[in-house]
Design a protein around this ligand. Structure first.
Ligand code: GLN
Length: 486
């Protein structure tokens, strides 16, 4: 069967249910695409066709008895910081380049129980730190829409892989935009769920108070299928919460009347590429066509979210990454060293430049004498931001912004890391406040897709997906594929 990678999850499910295709054939199809195209874009870093097909055989066997869960037999790629016993879990780092997890992340167990087929792991910025996928120990990922461009980061491998048709679904993780920004650069739909909606157990931590696993796929409906699987409360993650929602079913309803979307007036204070402005304007018009009303709002703390994030995230990462010292697991510098030397050489050799930069910043802002000046201030900025969001959500349902102010940029576009940090401006506020936010394709600029972002109130993930689903039915942006990967 041809062009299975352009089918929606709903269509793939039908093919399996009607016995027009087996899980084995579907899995083979996607594995073949990885084998044919991955060398061009380096999106998948762990892959084994036999491991994938073994799972598919078991699923086919289960299906002959009874097809019990909708996603049985659908292939998925996991981001390589989500622990899985089937493949290595490297975090895109030399430090964990050979790390084999002895356990599955909660999300992986849920996917396995559903009958999803894990066909591999995706490349990423080292320890999820980056916005371009240029910091991976395993090399850059190329954007399938244009190979001279970055796919975004840190879930750049996941985004490039789904855009190139290597799998219909992928997981990403989002600490400051890592699901949404690559989704925008690669023409996908990516949801950062409400903090606590998806268990972080088995997600290798970057900044624990901000990290969240979420779905990346072509459409909001495809994302909803994965949300139905992964939003199950986990007693092993004390921040995990019960989210009683049938996401796919919810999407079938019409959008409620009188939806109000706020547009922050502060957007005009930022430099936004004209291509992004154009797509943004057209998105507003399309949403008006769905009877959505727009209001101007003020999100004055938006600008301060960025510096607050680049204090809080490094602070948490410096603590989380302290465990990689060669003693327990991962890379170890071998030689005739004292214990202290072993620690220090292991960390010097095992971490890349960006990770070291964050650890140093984090250690500094937490150090005695500076904590009050930086870390405590950043926390109070977060508090102000939360208060502002609370007020905004009393007058409107969602907030619309561009996902990022440019289309996918070229490799080495930013010589100074702080310039690249600026690109997370619109995505970071949602993480700092634990809010759900979705990026979806809103237009094209030449060969490159452009995204827009909707932010919702806590546990309104289903409403975000529903609105984007109706937007996609009206506009069809999600149905365009990169030329070389048709
Ligand atoms: N680009 C941001 C950073 O480098 C966000 C990363 C993420 O969400 N994991 O920190």
């Amino acid at each position: 069967m041809k062009n299975l990678h352009t089918q929606s999850i709903r269509e793939l499910i039908k093919l399996i249910e009607n016995r027009l295709i087996s899980a084995y054939e579907l899995t083979s199809y996607f594995c073949d695409r990885i084998q044919t195209y991955n060398s061009k874009i380096n999106a998948v870093i762990s892959f084994d066709k036999d491991i994938a097909l073994d799972q598919a055989k078991q699923i086919d066997h289960r299906i002959t008895k009874k097809k019990s869960s909708p996603l049985q037999g659908i292939p998925i790629l996991q981001k390589d910081l989500i622990c899985s016993t089937k493949f290595k879990t490297t975090c895109g780092s030399k430090m964990l380049a050979n790390y084999q997890s002895p356990f599955n992340a909660h999300v992986v167990n849920l996917c396995d129980a559903e009958g999803l087929i894990e066909i591999g792991k995706t490349n990423m910025d080292e320890f999820a730190m980056g916005s371009s996928n240029e910091t991976s120990y395993f090399g850059n990922v190329l954007n399938p829409w244009e190979h001279t461009r970055v796919p975004g980061g840190s879930s750049g491998g996941a985004a490039a892989a789904v855009a190139a048709g290597f799998a219909p679904l992928a997981t990403g993780s989002d600490t400051g935009g890592s699901i949404r920004q690559p989704s925008s650069f690669c023409g996908l739909t990516g949801l950062k769920p409400t903090y606590g909606a998806v268990s972080r157990n088995g997600l290798i931590a970057f900044a624990s108070s901000l990290d969240q696993i979420g779905p990346m796929a072509k459409s909001a409906e495809d994302c909803a299928y994965l949300m139905d699987v992964i939003t199950k409360k986990d007693p092993k993650d004390s921040t995990s919460q019960q989210y009683d929602m049938q996401f796919v079913d919810y999407l079938k309803n019409d959008i409620p009347p009188k939806i109000k979307i706020g547009i922050p007036k502060e957007l005009k204070n930022f430099t936004i590429d004209s291509s992004v402005e154009k797509a943004f304007g057209e998105t507003v018009q399309s949403l008006k066509g769905l009877n959505v009303e727009f209001v101007e709002i003020s999100l004055s703390s938006m600008e301060l979210a960025l510096p607050a994030y680049y204090i809080i995230a490094p602070a948490e990462c410096s603590s989380n990454l302290a465990r990689y010292n060669g003693a327990l697991f991962g890379y170890r510098h071998e030689g005739d060293n004292s214990l202290q030397e072993m620690y220090s050489k292991t960390r010097t050799e095992g971490f890349g430049k960006e990770v070291k930069r964050r650890i140093i910043i984090g250690t500094f802002v937490l150090s005695k004498g500076f904590q009050g000046q930086y870390y405590q201030k950043a926390l109070s900025l977060c508090h102000n931001l939360k208060m502002e969001f609370k007020k905004i959500f009393s007058i409107c349902d969602f907030i619309l912004t561009p996902t990022i102010s440019t289309p996918a940029f070229e490799f080495n576009a930013y010589k100074n890391p702080v310039e690249m940090y600026q690109s997370d401006l619109f995505t970071i506020p949602a993480n700092l406040c634990g809010l759900p936010a979705i990026s979806f394709q809103a237009g094209m600029h030449g060969k490159l897709p452009i995204g827009a972002q909707l932010i919702g109130n806590h546990f309104k993930d289903h409403e975000l997906l529903q609105l984007v689903h109706h937007f996609q039915k009206a506009t069809g942006w999600h149905e365009i594929y990169p030329e070389d990967y048709q």
